[in-house]
Design a protein around this ligand. Structure first.
Ligand SMILES: [Zn+2]
Length: 512
């Protein structure tokens, strides 16, 4: 199944023009004045074109306080204090719907009167579109009050990498005072410089049939649940669209426990499935139900999901995660979180009762693990307060996405989608050595790679005595448990003694 952001959300969001006429209105009845797609000149078009916007004068006594675009997080484009923002906190993404907010900054001599907020959108090719809302601003616009600003929906299709815009405040009723700061840019148009994700996000979900207790329990992956998964990603991930595929049922007969035992074997199953996938930018996710309910499984805390975290450059073969598949919000959050790990994100610094997660991202910029800037839910049309919401890469609720994670995920999505065009070399063969929670070694499959191996490079000693030798191995830790996966050259065989020199995580072990 394929769902793109534009087609899935257009019914909810409507086009910019219809939004304007439906009245994104201020508290004082900042009423919609309608909007129209604006054609070329009257001379060329004859009598059939759309009417030209009224020739209004720049607004008096009021300036633009800020112009900001929201595709999940607030990206400020212009502020009255600093002018055009030259270094953005997150990219503007091609093919993804956006909300444009125009903030008002009335001047000391402002006399309330009716103005028009006009946004002219100029695509690289084709006709400009003019969106206009009229009303009387009630005062200074604020971040937390959507109704205090003039808001415009920018449809995904217009954000094609070539869009420029111009924002103007114009007097509808005569006013007094100066007109400085009433337009941005002062002359002409400003390019939005939308960035391409180079394709949709692709997620393949596998229902795992839990046979360990004889129940054969399966997670619900019906239409409604699939839609909930798609929407969760569309809201928080910097993607133009999501393609969700349903994998075949996987029977599983080993016990998976809340304390972490049994998780790695199941993850190994998904990693090996993923290793056969030829498309580099597809994420695999296995969902399972180890008990009847989350409450019974997680009675004293639990592992809820697991992913191999690949340091260094990208490794497509490790894009696999598993997690609880209960029909609740927590399982949805776990999918977002684990797939974040598969995007090489580590943790934001927040956990319940002040207990921080392991593997905190040292570069995470917000000390309390919060989202840092205002967020916006494009589907529910609600703002997310940075004083209240936590980044979903931490363990705290309620969660949203920080601009830091939004930006980092985008950089990764672009890198992976570009990787589809990588020139792959001749396949090389690697042996999997899995280390469990206690550091016990379990030899895994042989996997083929057509790109150089990645992971934490380790010098591994094989064998003992005069026959001992050393090879390079590549280690991948796990998101929420000790242990992980070591890739070794195939010709190491399965020696009885292996020392990767990582005391406390894995070390010399006899062959099981
Ligand atoms: Zn985690």
């Amino acid at each position: 199944m394929r769902v793109s952001w534009f087609f899935s959300s257009v019914l909810l969001l409507g086009l910019a023009a219809s939004c304007a006429t439906s009245g994104e209105a201020g508290p004082d009845g900042f009423a919609a004045g309608g909007s129209s797609a604006q054609g070329g000149s009257d001379q060329a078009g004859g009598s059939g074109g759309a009417p030209a916007p009224a020739p209004l004068q720049p607004a008096t006594g009021i300036a633009l306080g800020e112009v900001a675009l929201y595709q999940g997080v607030k990206v400020s484009l212009y502020t009255a204090a600093n002018g055009q923002v030259t270094k953005r906190n997150a990219p503007i993404i091609q093919g993804r719907d956006a909300l444009l907010r125009v903030f008002f900054a009335p001047k000391p001599d402002w006399q309330p009167h009716r103005i028009a907020v006009r946004v002219t959108l100029q695509p690289g090719q084709g006709e400009a579109q003019v969106l206009e809302i009229q009303g009387t601003p009630g005062g200074v616009s604020t971040d937390e009050d959507l109704n205090s600003s003039a808001n415009f929906d920018i449809p995904a299709a217009l954000l094609d990498g070539t869009l420029s815009l111009r924002v103007e405040l114009l007097d509808v009723e005569a006013g007094q005072g100066d007109t400085s700061g009433s337009a941005w840019p002062v002359e002409g148009f400003q390019a939005l410089e939308e960035k391409s994700a180079e394709g949709n996000f692709k997620l393949r979900v596998y229902p795992i049939r839990y046979d360990a207790d004889g129940s054969g329990r399966l997670p619900d992956l019906g239409e409604e649940r699939q839609k909930a998964i798609r929407h969760a990603f569309l809201k928080r991930y910097p993607i133009p669209g999501i393609e969700l595929e349903l994998g075949e049922e996987i029977p599983w007969t080993s016990k998976v426990s809340a304390n972490g035992s049994g998780w790695q074997s199941l993850l190994q199953k998904l990693v090996n499935l993923r290793a056969k996938e030829k498309r580099p930018n597809v994420y695999y996710y296995g969902l399972f139900l180890p008990t009847n309910s989350l409450a019974s499984f997680c009675i004293q805390g639990c592992v809820a999901g697991l992913t191999l975290i690949s340091p260094g450059t990208d490794d497509p073969s490790l894009r696999a995660s598993i997690g609880l598949g209960y029909n609740d919000e927590m399982s949805l959050n776990t999918i977002l979180h684990e797939v974040g790990h598969a995007h090489r994100r580590t943790h934001a610094p927040c956990g319940p009762f002040g207990q921080l997660p392991d593997q905190i991202d040292p570069k995470f910029p917000y000390k309390t693990g919060k989202i840092g800037v205002w967020g916006y839910d494009l589907l529910d049309r609600t703002l997310k307060d940075p004083a209240k919401f936590f980044d979903f890469m931490g363990y705290c609720d309620p969660n949203w996405v920080s601009d830091y994670t939004f930006n980092a995920l985008f950089q990764r999505v672009v890198a992976l989608n570009n990787q589809a065009a990588f020139v792959h070399g001749n396949p090389t063969r690697w042996r999997q050595a899995w280390f469990d929670l206690e550091g016990e070694l379990r030899w895994g499959d042989i996997v083929e790679r057509t790109l150089p191996p990645v992971g934490e490079e380790l010098t591994v000693s094989l064998g003992e005595g005069p026959n001992a030798r050393q090879v390079k191995g590549y280690f991948h830790g796990m998101s929420h448990l000790p242990g992980g996966l070591l890739l070794l050259p195939e010709d190491v065989g399965t020696p009885d003694v292996l020392d990767a020199g990582r005391e406390g995580r894995f070390y010399v072990r006899g062959r099981p």
